[in-house]
Design a protein around this ligand. Structure first.
Ligand SMILES: C[C@H](CCC(=O)NCCS(=O)(=O)O)[C@H]1CC[C@H]2[C@@H]3CC[C@@H]4C[C@H](O)CC[C@]4(C)[C@H]3C[C@H](O)[C@]12C
Length: 324
């Protein structure tokens, strides 16, 4: 399972948790403006917007999981198993392979508005990257500081939804996730008022009772509601440090601890990494399961006119600051 969220203070932040039982081997990867993209069905794109994000690099190709471009457009792919259906390539259409979707959009669009135009023409196809890396069943959140959308390709075609909550998890399809928020409309960060019965006396014996009933388990629908409530009620200062710190707390509300989600005998899904990108400044912050210290890579700290991918391995292992 995975969870993605957006957050606006002074700047606009976008990030995700990546939950799985193993890592594909990910690196913070910067694709500079002159790295040539050879699209399987669409030919080459030699110069484009620069991109930073988390990717598995295979054969010098950045297979992005989540990324942001230099214009502040952000995009993440999350599992959508059993629902994602890709098309066959068709003559005369803009055929883009599922693993090329993030590069295709982020290399050419500066906003969600522009993305909508590009999506109108796209035919998302199931062409696999390689035999070892067959196509992944995903859906996507695409966001800039003005709006967010969700893209889902299903057996009845491609759906593009406005995403007013700025959150995405996994199954069920997005419309159902949004509908289920209706179940939680009574929840509040304030202490509850007695609307149960004026014939009874109640005792708010604990703080936080206004949100009693907010799910806390790790299912995708529960994480959707939990992170939506946390994000929509989130309150923080607007400085970079306060915003980044708060963002990690928002995604921390759906963190997966080893042991709580068993996917096979003795195999557990965990939050492998959590990311938070300042989309205005092109800074990619992250923590990993073993390393709670926030590390960061600044896209603009690099020469973005280069041709070669720039990769930073994840800093793993707990970084403990000894005080004596
Ligand atoms: C496993 C992850 C989703 C985690 C998740 O959501 N877990 C919930 C499980 S569940 O929802 O409960 O079932 C997803 C998210 C992004 C994916 C990569 C996207 C690029 C590339 C696409 C290629 O075609 C195949 C290889 C490739 C590297 C992909 C590997 C893997 O698929 C990644 C990491």
């Amino acid at each position: 399972m995975c969870t993605a969220a957006t957050y606006k203070t002074q700047d606009f932040y976008f990030g995700r948790t990546l939950d799985y039982e193993f890592s594909y081997g990910d690196e913070i990867t910067i694709t500079p403006r002159n790295y040539p993209f050879y699209f399987r069905h669409m030919g080459e794109v030699i110069s484009h917007y620069a991109i930073i994000g988390m990717a598995h690099v295979a054969g010098d190709y950045p297979l992005y999981y989540d990324a942001v471009n230099e214009k502040g457009l952000a995009m993440a792919g999350l599992n959508f198993v059993g629902n994602a259906v890709y098309q066959e390539a068709e003559e005369g259409r803009e055929n883009v392979a599922q693993f090329e979707f993030i590069p295709w959009i982020l290399s050419k669009c500066a906003s969600v508005k522009e993305t909508r135009e590009v999506l109108n023409k796209i035919n998302l196809v199931g062409t696999p990257f390689s035999e070892q890396l067959p196509s992944a069943q995903l859906h996507w959140i695409i966001a800039d500081e003005n709006e967010a959308i969700t893209v889902e390709c299903m057996k009845d075609g491609m759906h593009i939804y406005d995403n007013p909550v700025g959150v995405l998890t996994n199954n069920p399809p997005f419309e159902q996730q949004m509908f289920q928020l209706n179940n939680y409309v009574g929840l509040s960060p304030k202490q509850p008022e007695n609307r149960f019965s004026d014939k009874l006396n109640f005792n708010a014996y604990s703080r936080g009772m206004g949100a009693l009933g907010l799910p806390g388990d790790l299912s995708s629908a529960s994480r959707f509601a939990k992170v939506a409530f946390t994000k929509m009620n989130s309150f923080s200062g607007t400085s970079e440090k306060e915003s980044v710190s708060q963002f990690f707390h928002i995604l921390g509300s759906v963190d997966q601890q080893r042991g709580c989600c068993e996917v096979a005998d003795g195999k557990f899904e965990i939050t492998l990494y959590t990311s938070c990108c300042n989309t205005n400044k092109g800074i990619y912050y992250y923590t990993t399961y073993e390393n709670h210290q926030i590390s960061a890579v600044d896209m603009f700290g690099e020469n973005l006119n280069e041709k070669e991918l720039i990769k930073y391995p994840l800093i793993k292992g707990e970084q403990i600051y000894w005080q004596n």
